[in-house]
Design a protein around this ligand. Structure first.
Ligand code: ATP
Length: 325
């Protein structure tokens, strides 16, 4: 079938979305302004790929996802998901895609978790045998057995997220859009969600498009990442390439016994001092060990931690360098 061809399971060709906003500029005066939320974006995602879609706030990520689900129609260009034009055939597409929004739930708040699944069983007209099979598998993989009778509002954030992910997969979608699926979760819940997503992708070949601010989500799940800013695609390639493009830095947070002048060590520079705490930036590619050893030998060290560069910082640096290039 043409729609299932490996190349381009999700296809965007010069897609645009322009919003018209009216702004009050004075008494009785309104100005019309255009916001180009998505500005001529083209990319292809092959079936079974797991791709990160990242960028700063307001970059156009949600707008892209909304067009991919058919909620919004593009102002220009064309897009296809599994051979379907999303905004024209939203109902047909709904059977092929699953969506998880980390900040909102698609579950019925006051009902026990299992009731949401029963409603979805009917809404998506999932054949009984397939529903049972999928439910059993998802309940086991996501460890939901003890939660099925609990009203959704009583679930913890991590439990609710697992419940939402199961809901998005009950009807066996070919494509899964995840919008911040690990936001607000503790380390263990994050690891669990990521492990599950890896399994679904490997076992079922589900194509995954993932929006996140957590670099580790991308590092652990996606071989490819796309960076969008001001509605434009700025980077499309492996995560390692993004680090190079951004020439990012890690941060060593050092707690000293007392307030001291900025620490002086080679290959690192103090970027912030707050009382006895100092922040040192050093190249992301370098090992922290010699730096730590040196500081421990020369300064009254109480505690320290290493912070990975977050995506915002990597992107910010990438743009700063582009601007001065
Ligand atoms: N319905 C709308 N009407 C007018 N402007 C909009 C509308 N939806 C989004 N925008 C604007 O389009 C731009 C892109 O927004 P979008 O929500 O896609 O960004 P985002 O990358 O998802 O950001 P975030 O990370 O904050 O969720 C922003 O400037 C936003 O203000």
């Amino acid at each position: 079938m043409a729609e299932d061809m490996g190349e381009g399971f999700i296809e965007l060709d010069r897609v645009e979305k322009v919003f018209e906003v009216r702004k009050k500029t004075g008494f009785m005066k309104r100005e019309r302004r255009e916001v180009r939320a998505v500005d001529s974006i083209s990319f292809r995602v092959a079936r079974g790929e797991m791709v990160g879609y990242i960028g700063p706030n307001g970059a156009g990520k949600s707008t892209t996802i909304k067009m991919l689900t058919g909620i919004l129609a593009p102002s220009g260009g064309s897009l296809r998901v599994a051979g379907i034009d999303p905004s024209r055939e939203r109902q047909r597409l709904a059977h092929r895609i699953g969506v998880v929004f980390g900040q909102r739930t698609t579950l019925w708040w006051d009902l026990p978790l299992i009731d949401s699944y029963k409603l979805m069983h009917r809404m998506y007209r999932i054949p009984d045998a397939r529903y049972r099979e999928n439910l059993d598998r998802l309940v086991e993989l996501l460890d939901l057995a003890d939660l099925l009778d609990v009203p959704v509002r009583q679930l913890s954030l991590g439990q609710r997220m697992r419940g939402d992910i199961a809901a998005a997969l009950l009807h066996d979608p070919d494509v899964l859009y995840l919008d911040e699926p690990t936001i607000g979760l503790d380390v263990i819940s994050k690891a669990r969600v990521r492990e599950f997503l890896r399994e679904v992708n490997a076992e079922r070949g589900t194509t995954v498009l993932l929006t996140t601010h957590d670099l580790q989500d991308i590092e652990q799940l996606c071989s490819r990442v796309m960076v969008i800013d001001h509605g434009r695609l700025m980077y499309d390639g492996p995560l390692a390439g993004l680090h190079e493009a951004g020439d990012s830095e890690r941060t060593l947070v050092v707690d000293l016994e007392r307030e001291l002048p900025p620490i002086e060590v080679p290959q690192a520079r103090v970027v912030k001092v707050e009382g006895p705490r100092q922040w040192l930036a050093f190249p992301a590619g370098a090992s922290a060990a010699p730096l730590v050893a040196r500081i421990a030998a020369e300064y009254p060290l109480v505690d320290l931690s290493v912070r990975e560069p977050d995506i915002e910082a990597v992107i910010a640096k990438m743009y700063a360098e582009k601007a001065t290039a």
